[in-house]
Design a protein around this ligand. Structure first.
Ligand SMILES: [Zn+2]
Length: 520
């Protein structure tokens, strides 16, 4: 077999891996966006050209030269006699799935139902981008009429007419599902030998690893993962405070490795995100819950909470905190869309009646709504949970408003006296890039202007310090990773998604394979 690390090797993010067997049959592991490489050439307002997106990305060497792309976007062929059976998507983070829209729709996407729900909610609550497009209309070559109207003939154009050809993706799940607008493929038909998808615990619900037999040997890919409670006492505490569903979620990683151990894998392709990052806090999601409880208990003012919505687990944390403190969690319509989509695709995460009674949806001062966002707004209205700003102005101590950086203009609907002394909880990651630091300073201006008290970040000498009491890493700690690998004992270890591959070499010497192309 041949393992090709096409991207995401000695950097964090942009995972693109291909495994080819002795008969030239292959599958792909993730097809993410490499943010650091992307940022070298592009930014928010400087992008590849939609009408030549693949040609542009190929010229900048941002996508591999393989025959895996949508025919409506690209009609070239490469010298590469390999048959692609499927693309496994480990989880719905952009650095793992952010370029999936470019992939030939006939190559089945294998993922968990939860991952599909998060991806679908994300795509359908933002402006359509070819990079992340799952379904919809195919693009087409500029027609004679387009050319007459001044379009260059080598571009593709979007098609608006009703009879435009549909982009119908083939998708596959570990369990049977029917979904409108997609063609589902049985998992057993994807590959010539055994394979299974096993969930892991990460900072987005739905994360999973793939375990597959290649040329008679078991190979496993972890995607991104972290560990959950490690002792029976810790487990009991999770169960008592967060409940059974959340405990079970947190134990997914240990179940993954238990099941994998039986297979005695030849190769483990494993992430190593935290091996180079200096971290002094070792928070878990349970600590986030405990710390949030303290803040909620001590305040009688409006609370603003900021967390990555696709995380979903964090949403359940704050919903639980609201339940315990007699507050309603107020979501933006685009956030409510995630709950609706998750309930539709994976009923495991359907809210209980009690939980539901603590959800409200904010009616924002917006003129246009996108797709699923609109559906969420209309549904909230029909359910009688859509609330105007004045409802919050009237009794601010009964609400916690979910409001991140991009939502902040909506707080301008609220009275000054409501905002004065209100609390803001930063429950998301720190600023990693220069732009994010500038954003954080700008955000501080909002808090200072209205005298909102921040938790989880503070200002010192003009810069923003992230204190991280309300955030937990999505990645396994070096200590736990070492214990896991010592226990699993794979014959070969292939580190990806890491800045420090030598950490592996120091421990497991020649069993660690670091080449871009590995032949076994
Ligand atoms: Zn991730």
């Amino acid at each position: 077999m041949r393992i090709e690390i096409l991207d995401g090797h000695r950097n964090i993010g942009g995972n693109k891996i291909r495994v080819v067997d002795s008969e030239n049959d292959a599958f792909l592991l993730d097809f993410g966006l490499n943010f650091s490489r992307w940022g070298e050439f592009f930014e928010e307002f400087l992008n590849p050209r939609t009408g030549r997106i693949l040609q542009d990305l190929l010229k900048l060497n941002m996508v591999p030269r393989l025959n895996i792309y949508r025919e409506d976007l690209f009609d070239g062929r490469f010298e590469d006699p390999v048959n692609h059976s499927f693309l496994f998507l480990s989880h719905a983070h952009a650095d793992h799935t952010g370029m999936v829209g470019l992939i030939d729709e006939k190559i089945p996407l294998l993922m968990s139902k939860e991952t599909f729900a998060v991806m679908s909610a994300s795509v359908n609550t933002s402006n359509q981008s070819v990079l992340t497009q799952l379904s919809g209309k195919k693009r087409k070559k500029a027609s004679e009429k387009d050319v007459e109207n001044g379009i260059r003939p080598d571009l593709t154009v979007s098609v608006k007419s009703k009879n435009a050809e549909e982009l119908t993706r083939y998708i596959s799940f570990p369990e049977k599902t029917e979904l409108d607008g997609y063609r589902t493929v049985e998992m057993s038909a994807l590959w010539k030998d055994d394979l299974f998808v096993e969930p892991v615990y990460h900072s987005v619900i739905g994360a999973a690893g793939l375990v597959v037999k290649v040329d008679g040997f078991w190979l496993a890919y972890t995607g991104d993962f972290r560990t959950g409670p490690e002792t029976p006492e810790e487990e009991k505490y999770w169960l008592d405070t967060l409940g059974e569903k959340r405990l079970s979620l947190s134990l997914r990683t240990s179940r993954f490795f238990e099941r994998l151990k039986d297979k005695r894998p030849l190769v483990l392709i494993v992430e190593g995100t935290r091996l180079a990052r200096e971290e002094n806090v070792e928070n878990t999601e349970k600590d986030v819950f405990d710390n949030a409880m303290k803040v909620f208990k001590e305040t009688k003012k409006l609370i603003l909470v900021d967390f990555p919505i696709r995380h979903l687990e964090r949403l359940f944390t704050f919903l639980k905190v609201c339940l315990e403190n007699n507050r309603k969690l107020v979501l933006m319509p685009k956030d409510y869309a995630y709950l609706i989509e998750m309930e539709r695709v994976e009923p495991l995460w359907k809210l209980s009646e009690e939980e539901k009674s603590h959800i409200r949806v904010y009616h924002p001062g917006k003129l246009t709504y996108i797709n699923l966002e609109k559906e969420a707004l209309i549904r909230a209205k029909s359910e009688g949970i859509l609330i105007p700003p004045d409802e919050i102005n009237h009794s601010p101590d009964e609400y916690a408003l979910v409001s991140g950086y991009w939502d902040f203009p909506h707080i301008l609907d609220l009275d000054e006296k409501v905002l004065n002394g209100a609390v803001y909880i930063h429950s998301t990651s720190e600023a990693y890039t220069e732009e994010q630091e500038i954003d954080a300073r700008r955000f501080m201006n909002w808090l200072r202007y209205f005298n909102i008290k921040p938790f989880g970040l503070k200002e010192r000498n003009g810069s923003v310090i992230f204190t991280k009491e309300f955030h937990a890493s999505g990645h396994v700690s070096p200590k736990s990773l070492e214990a896991i690998l010592n226990d699993l004992k794979p014959d070969y270890i292939v580190p990806v998604h890491t800045l420090n591959p030598n950490w592996f070499v120091e421990r497991w010497k020649e069993r660690v394979l670091l080449d871009d192309v590995i032949v076994l």
